[in-house]
Design a protein around this ligand. Structure first.
Ligand SMILES: [Fe+2]
Length: 161
C-alpha cells in the first residue's frame, strides 16, 4: 500500500457463503467522503441576489440563516449570500443542469433581456457554446458575479481547451 492511502475494509456477512466473503480495499480517491458544502457570496443586497439566483435557476426560495441568505442546489451545496458595503470582486459560479432546465433558464435570461455570452471572457455576446456536446452560457448576477450554466461537465465529452 502506498503511504497516504486510506483503506476501507468490508467483510461480507456470515449469512453469505464463505467463498463470497470479500474484502475490499479502496484507495482514498475511490470513496469520496468530501463534499463541497457552501461558499459565501458577497452582495449589495443579499436577499435580492439570492432570490435572483433561485428564480433564474428554478430552485426553491432562499432561506435565511444568521447573516446569510442561502440558495441550495440539488447536490446540497449552498451559496450563502452576505451583504457588504465594501468592494465586491466578481466571482464565477457554474451550475450543471439538464437540457430541459437549460431551455427554461435560458428562456428566463432572454425574457429579462440579460446579456449573455458563450465564453467566460465575454467576447461572444448573444451566443451559447456546445462544449462536450452540450450547451453552455454565461450571464451576470446583480453584483457582477459571472454565472454559468452547462449541460455537460467540463471534459465529459472530450473538450479540453
Ligand atoms: Fe466555468
Amino acid at each position: 500500500m502506498l503511504a497516504g492511502q486510506h483503506v476501507i475494509s468490508v467483510t461480507a456477512s456470515s449469512e453469505m457463503a464463505a467463498d463470497t466473503k470479500t474484502t475490499l480495499s479502496l484507495a482514498r480517491e475511490e470513496y469520496m467522503a468530501i463534499q463541497f458544502n457552501h461558499t459565501i457570496v458577497l452582495a449589495r443586497d443579499s436577499q435580492a441576489s439570492a432570490t435572483f439566483l433561485a428564480d433564474m435557476l428554478g430552485l426553491p426560495s432562499p432561506t435565511r440563516w444568521g447573516p446569510f441568505v442561502m440558495v441550495t442546489t440539488e447536490n446540497g451545496a449552498n451559496l450563502d449570500y452576505m451583504d457588504t458595503a465594501g468592494h465586491i470582486t466578481p466571482q464565477h459560479y457554474a451550475f450543471l443542469i439538464s437540457e430541459s432546465e437549460f431551455d427554461e433558464i435560458f428562456a428566463r435570461v432572454r425574457e429579462r433581456n440579460l446579456p449573455y455570452w458563450a465564453d467566460p471572457g465575454q467576447t461572444q455576446a448573444g451566443a451559447i457554446n456546445h462544449h462536450d456536446g452540450g450547451r453552455g452560457a454565461y450571464f451576470k448576477d446583480p453584483n457582477g458575479h459571472l454565472l454559468e450554466i452547462i449541460t455537460r461537465a467540463y471534459g465529459s465529452g472530450g473538450w479540453n481547451p
